[in-house]
Design a protein around this ligand. Sequence first.
Ligand code: AMP
Length: 446
Amino acid sequence: MSDKEEVNKPRKLQTPLGVFDILPDDQLYYTHIKKVVRHRCRQSGFRRITTPIFEFTDVFQRSIGDGTDIVQKEMYTFLDRNERSLTLKPEGTAGVVRAYLEHGMKELPQPVELYYIEPHFRYDRPQKGRYRQFWQFGYEIIGESDPALDAQIVHLSCKILDDLGITALFKLQVNSIGCQICREKFLVELQNYYIGKERSMCSNCLERLHKNPLRILDCKEEDCQILAKFAPKLKMYLCEECKEYHQKFLEYLTEVGLKYTENEQLVRGLDYYTKTVFEFWDHQQGAQNSIGGGGRYDGLVELMGGQPTPAVGVAFGIERIIQNMKREKIKIPSKDNLHIFVAQLGDEAKKKCLNLIWELRERGVRTVGALGKASMKAQLKLADRFNVPYTLILGITEVREGTIIIRDMARGQQRIVPFETIIDEVIRLIGEKNLDLYSPAEILYE
Ligand code: AMP
């Protein structure tokens, strides 16, 4: 369905095109990915930052650059009630740098290392792996320049993809797009090369030719790709410092055992990159299905009103990671699986269950209870649907005799045990099945 069709359709209450609900089954993936990112970032000394969902439009316009697709076509921009222009964040770095400046983080020991896990918004053409609200995680090192830091950002990314079980699906592509000075000379040559070839260029590239010529190099249109192959190579225009920087970066990647492909056409979509750029490409689909990428952006802090401050960072798309994890049939260790269903009959039994359920939960047993008025048969059916290994059954007789029934759902066997021993017995049985109890530490150390 196109956007126009959507606008003209009678209103039905459903999500707009390109956005989606994250249902419980998919939450498992999101939570798992967040945990892996959090663990790896903390292990490396990064601290978490959350910037607002919307910012003044200037924050993105100034940083991402007027000539980019994001600013030209993809931002969700609106006026608030005071006629101020605001924009839903289309990417993470601009907000992080704005926060770095606004909160005087320059006074902290440098470099400042920050990570984020957040939703972003782009008016993109929705298709598989491309949405209008999507989640990204990313991390930035602000305040120091060294090729070893660039290599460290890549290394951390590989560790995360490794933990998620999908490193083997992606190829690391690297390039250097030089500093402002060497790029200036190159851009003139690049524009000269394209002049006279306009008829073979797509309409987007014709626009880019004057606004953002570097981007022509990573256009996905077939004709543009052929032209790009024979275009002047940035490598030839790199100044000595940029050349040496890139060489060191590659050496450090090799030192930590990372394989890479040098890709002279890799430029990244955003204006603020300098020197190192890299992306993780799908082995089969290449750039069409890049899972994440980043690079050095030494000019950005100054562009946003600060002192010249070097920085490097990366962002990954969580939905694309999930797609790949599903494709690889990677199982998520789930903490949502229930251990116990408590069924009861009669008012006295229900009263006893109210406490029993919470005592079980406090001991780490994930417990649900049927506290409504359903028959025992209906409750046991429900227990089956919850897929619990054990059900506890408390009826009038058991209350009178001070006992409780425990039913092994897989075997269909049940036995009677003294009520006061039931919690220890449940914990013993869960241990026998090698199931994890829920640990309160998981809440304390979020
Ligand atoms: P970018 O900020 O454009 O460098 O994107 C970094 C990563 O975010 C990409 O490699 C994708 O994995 C993901 N991404 C970017 N745009 C979208 C989108 N519209 N929908 C889903 N994922 C996206």
